[in-house]
Write a protein that binds this ligand. Structure first.
Ligand SMILES: C[S@@+](CC[C@H](N)C(=O)[O-])C[C@H]1O[C@@H](n2cnc3c(N)ncnc32)[C@H](O)[C@@H]1O
Length: 201
């Protein structure tokens, strides 16, 4: 797929005066609740990026290289249930791209499926039992590991999962990529959360 950065969207990477840019990667369909609450204040300017043009992102691109996004251009990267959609060998490329586009001192906020939690249910024989309800409907461990079955069945190839993480592996990959102040949380709800900062300079 060709990468597209519409000319009028280039301007979106220049925040209005006094605003900070949050690059919302793998943003999915345009819904206010998709933006993490910490980026909903008036000081933030959201730029939505996704590989799927059907979700009408500001930038159509892959997180594997974020090619259209200039280096040191955004204050934060927000990635929700997105990193598991690339192949395992591409994860270091994605994290390098996050690091590249962040301004020095900028922060990435990442959440993704907790495979340890899914594995607990799978080991208990609950592969297709509902683990939790999402806006897209019930989610079973099978969806957590392989991607949302209904979306994939509807032909959305971008919704399949190609890799997975535990808290330990995500932390190590962020450190290996060069992030600092890496903090990991497992608050439940089958998700791992991470914050990680680009070195200040
Ligand atoms: C499970 S949805 C998450 C949507 C939203 N962030 C949320 O948390 O509800 C995964 C999103 O990642 C996008 N995606 C998959 N592979 C991608 C890639 N290589 N680069 C950018 N986006 C990708 C999909 O098109 C989809 O919109």
């Amino acid at each position: 797929m060709g990468l597209t950065l519409h000319r009028d969207k280039v301007r979106m990477l220049s925040a209005p005066p006094g605003k900070k840019i949050v690059l919302h990667v793998g943003c999915g369909s345009p819904r206010p609740e998709h933006l993490h609450p910490s980026f909903r204040g008036s000081e933030w300017h959201e730029v939505r990026l996704d590989i799927n043009p059907r979700v009408r992102p500001d930038i159509v691109a892959s997180i594997v290289d974020l090619a259209p996004v200039p280096s040191d251009s955004v204050d934060a990267v927000w990635s929700s249930h997105n990193l598991e959609h690339v192949a395992a060998h591409e994860v270091p490329l994605v994290l390098s791209a996050f690091l590249r586009v962040l301004r020095p001192g900028g922060e990435a906020l990442i959440t993704l499926p907790d495979l340890q939690e899914a594995a607990r249910l799978i080991a208990a024989g609950k592969l297709e039992d509902t683990a939790y309800m999402s806006p897209a409907g019930p989610i079973a461990p099978l969806d957590i590991v392989y991607g949302h079955r209904n979306s994939v069945a509807r032909g959305n190839e971008f919704m399949g999962h190609r890799t997975g993480f535990t808290a330990k592996t995500l932390k190590q990959k962020l450190l290996d990529a060069g992030f600092v102040n890496v903090r990991i949380a497992r608050p439940g709800e089958f998700a791992i959360w991470a914050t990680a900062r680009k070195p200040a300079g």
